[in-house]
Ligand binder design. Structure first.
Ligand code: KG4
Ligand code: ZN
Length: 336
């Protein structure tokens, strides 16, 4: 089954043709990041406008690279939640138009489910059930993936997402948006034990996260140093902050896997590109004889291929939309 999939939930206009949820036939990503960099973050109105301008060309290019016509496809898939509402609507309406004109079925895809599915494209043997840490710019969840379309959230952030904390810390250090990757690179040359950060304590769920205290701690450190006319060593600061954030993520994830009896652990979302997170998870799972999966760097950020991968399983489970399909800024990964 060949699916044309569309992604426009944030600042990437992307499309792909995916076969049976596992094989990339073509994939095109048009990023708007250079423009949003000027403002230090995504400007929703600009994002929507750029999606409108790019989407036609991105889809034409995706079909051209696949050497296929619309009539050779079996379905159209689109991210319809969660994300920036104006941005999502561009993809959703384009997909509805394509579905209506071609008669092909329309498959709605949850953005975080698609991040998880990026792993199916890279690891052919990977099948649910498994435990997944979904960490992006807007979400930090520990999810039980019981089946391809059956998920249960067992832990989530109480405040900021991990990616948001990385981006805010990086921005305060003068790095461009989105700062997570710059902070990660600088951290490679720093001493992770030079600055100690508070360990967040959360009452209630033992698997929940909190990153706002860590974020505030790093911002205060930098501002206080600036007021004294001092500069902190950026690489050391990045390494120490990265260690603190990754420590929270891995501690909870491993604890949850232990308690719930999972030995197959999966990382997903933009922050799964973080080099320390990947390294720590490799070490922690190896010493327990568990398996750890994460997407290749090219599939960690937003892309159309992951949407097509998840769409295949949504289709098999009967999740097919009609022309009334809408976009939603928020929606639980658990919801049907
Ligand atoms: O999944 P994604 O591309 O978009 C959302 O759905 O939010 O995630 C983007 C987030 C940003 O916060 C970005 O800074 C972060 O992923 N990110 C990283 C790294 N690469 C991207 N964070 C830490 N280390 C990285 N190497
Ligand atoms: Zn994303």
């Amino acid at each position: 089954m060949k699916i044309l999939s569309i992604e426009s939930s944030c600042d990437e206009t992307a499309a792909a043709v995916i076969e049976d949820g596992r094989k990339i036939i073509s994939s095109v990503v048009a990023t708007q990041v250079e423009e949003h960099k000027l403002y230090g973050g995504v400007v929703p109105e600009i994002a929507s406008r750029r999606h409108c301008e790019s989407i036609n060309g991105v889809i034409r290019e995706t079909l051209a690279q696949a050497d296929m016509k619309l009539s050779e496809l079996d379905a159209i898939a689109v991210t319809n939640a969660p994300g920036l509402i104006g941005a999502l609507l561009v993809g959703v309406n384009f997909a509805k138009g394509l579905s209506l004109s071609s008669g092909l079925p329309l498959i709605p895809v949850h953005h975080l489910r698609s991040h998880i599915a990026a792993n199916y494209l890279a690891h052919q043997e990977l099948k649910p059930p498994f435990l997944c840490l979904v960490v992006s710019g807007g979400h930090s969840h520990i999810v039980e993936v019981k089946d391809y379309t059956e998920m249960k959230i067992i832990g989530c952030t109480r405040d900021d997402a991990a990616g948001e904390a990385f981006d805010k810390a990086a921005r305060t250090m003068g790095m461009p948006y989105p700062g997570g990757i710059y902070l990660d690179k600088a951290a490679e040359n720093g001493d992770p034990d030079s600055i100690s950060f508070p360990k967040p304590k959360i009452s209630g769920s033992e698997y929940d996260f909190s990153f706002s205290g860590l974020k505030t701690a790093v911002v205060n450190l930098i501002h206080n140093a600036q007021q004294r006319g001092e500069t902190l060593p950026t690489n050391d600061l990045c390494a120490s902050f990265r260690k603190a954030v990754v420590g929270c993520l891995t501690d909870n994830f491993i604890r949850a896997a232990n308690h719930l009896g999972y030995d197959k652990l999966v990382l997903a979302g933009g922050v799964s590109a973080n080099s320390l997170l990947r390294k720590r998870m490799d070490e922690e799972t190896k010493k327990r004889g568990w398996k750890c999966y994460y997407p290749p760097l090219s599939l960690c950020g937003d892309n159309g291929a992951m949407v097509g991968a998840q769409a295949y399983y949504e289709y098999l489970s009967g999740n097919i939309a009609d022309i009334g399909l809408n976009a939603f800024a928020t929606k639980s990964i658990e919801a049907k």
